[in-house]
Design a protein around this ligand. Sequence first.
Ligand code: FCA
Length: 340
Amino acid sequence: MFNKKILSISLVLILVVGIMLSFSNSTDAWWVFGGDDSKGQDKVKIGFLVKQPEESWFQDEWKYAQQAADELGFELIKIGASSGEEVLSAIDNLAAQGAQGFVICTPDVKLGPAIAAKAKLNDLKLISVDDRFVGSNGKLMEDVHHVGISAYNIGKLSGKTLAEQLKVRGWDLEKVGYLKMTYDQLPTIAERTYGATDVLLDSGFPEANVFETPMRTLDTEGSFDAANSAITKNSDIEHWLIAGGNDVSVIGAVRALEGQGFNATDVIGVGINGSNFAINEFEKDEATGFYATIKLSAKAHGYETATMMYNWITNGEEPPKVTWTSGTLMNRANYQELMN
Ligand code: FCA
C-alpha cells in the first residue's frame, strides 16, 4: 500500500520534471520569472563605419559615439572601411552579428545606392555622416538620413580668416600666391574650398594668383605632393595662402612650403576639422604656417548620430532627414579653451 503511494508520487514527479525539461529551451517558458537568459541577445548593436580610421577626425567621432554607447548601454561596433568591398562585407558582418543599424562615412559617395540597398536587404537602419551619398543620376540621395557640416558657410569662414590675416600682414598682393587645395570628387570638400575662394576673391584678392591645386588623395601626402609641384612652378611668389577642405589638405601644403624655405612669417594656412592634427600644430613651440582651423563638432557627428540611431531602433523615433552642423574659428590663441 505504502509502496504503491510512493510509486505514484514518484511517477507524477517524473512527469512534471519531464514537462519542465521539454520547455527548458524556450525563453518564454511559463515558470521563468525575471530570468536574464535573453539579456545578451537583446542588447542593441550599432555599427559605426568610417572611411579613414587613421584620420584624427574619425577617431574623435568614434570616441564620442562610444560615449553615447556607454551612457545608453548599447554595443558600438567600430569598423574602418576604406573601399567599397570592405564596406559591403562589413554590412553583412554587422547583420550576422545581430546589429540593428549603422552610421557610415563612406569611402566613396558613389557607393550610396549599393550601401542603401544592402542596408535594406539586411533590415538595418542607416544614417550617413560627413559625406552625403550620391545616386546613380549624380544627385544627392535625399532619402537617406544624413548629418553633415554646412560646408559652403564653413568654407566662407576659412576664406574670411585668410582675408583678414592677409590685411594684417600687409603683403604686396602681386607677390602672394593662393594654394586652393581641391578634391572636387567629394561634394562637401568642393563646397568648402569654393566658399573660401569666393570670400577671398570678394575681398579683392587677384584672380590671377589663385593656384588651383588638385589633390590625388584626401590626406597629408596628397596635399604635400600637389602643393610641391605648384610651388616649384611658381618660384616668383614670395608669400602663400592655403585653404583646403580639411586639416590634412592644408598640413601637407604647409610641410611642402617648409621644405622650400617658407615658414610661418610667409605662410597663412587655414584648415577645417580642428581635431588632433591641428592641435599638434598649435602645440609646437614655434608657430608654423598652419595659422588656424575651423573646428567642427565631432561630438555632434559621433555622439548625436549614434544617439539618433539608438532612439530610432529602440523607440521608433525617426531622425530628421538632414542635420547641418556649424564650425568655430580655432587658432593658437583659443585652442585650449575650445578643446574642452
Ligand atoms: C569629410 C572629411 C573629414 C571631415 C568630415 C566632416 O569626411 O574627409 O576630414 O572634414 O568630412
